[in-house]
Design a protein around this ligand. Structure first.
Ligand SMILES: Nc1ncnc2c1ncn2[C@@H]1O[C@H](COP(=O)(O)OP(=O)(O)OP(=O)(O)O)[C@@H](O)[C@H]1O
Ligand SMILES: [Mg+2]
Length: 165
């Protein structure tokens, strides 16, 4: 499957499940600015919905809610963008499995940026959105690993966006 490098998010197939994949501050949410808000399912927003912004203890509840929302949207054939980090094959598999149940197309959007850019952007964020630097480094590595892994994960299409220089 060829990997494309694109500056903006091009249209996706009708009814697709689109996974945004990348470390914190790589630019996933920014790339989704032009997408209708109702098509975006964001773990951050669901954490905030069950608790408050940035509350990591709400992750399990938010994931449960996300799985239910995705099941309903994919069953209905609604195009859906998942704005999680989705940095490991198992996290991605839990999502693509659902798309397969309803025979929906899948698109992987890998978003990366140089590590020093991630660090700068992370420091510029409000407290609740900032992550420890070790965590950011590990996430950056997982993003690099994903470049190779995605080819074997059965996505219909793989796109690769680089943000910053
Ligand atoms: N193409 C870009 N060039 C420069 N800066 C960018 C670019 N895209 C995003 N940024 C900046 O990077 C920061 C993080 O972007 P964004 O919130 O989209 O990241 P994210 O991947 O959604 O992070 P998280 O996983 O924490 O939600 C923001 O300050 C944003 O303005
Ligand atoms: Mg985001």
């Amino acid at each position: 499957m060829p990997v494309t490098l694109l500056p903006t998010l091009d249209p996706v197939p009708e009814g697709a499940l689109v996974l945004m994949i990348g470390p914190p501050a790589s630019g996933k949410t920014t790339l989704l600015r032009e997408v209708p808000a109702h098509e975006v399912v964001s773990l951050d927003r669901l954490r905030a919905a069950v608790s408050r912004p940035g509350d990591q203890t709400a992750t399990a509840d938010a994931l449960l809610l996300q799985q239910q929302i995705l099941t309903m949207r994919l069953r209905r054939g609604e195009t859906t963008y998942v704005d999680n980090c989705s940095l490991t094959p198992s996290h991605r598999e839990q999502l693509t499995w659902l798309a397969r149940q309803f025979a929906r197309p899948t698109v992987a959007v890998l978003v990366d940026a140089p590590f020093d850019q991630l660090v700068l952007r992370n420091y510029a964020r409000p407290d609740h959105a900032r992550v420890p630097e070790d965590f950011l480094r590990a996430a950056h590595r997982l993003g690099r690993d994903a470049r190779q892994q995605l080819a074997d994960e059965g996505f219909g299409e793989i796109r690769h966006h680089r943000t910053g220089n």
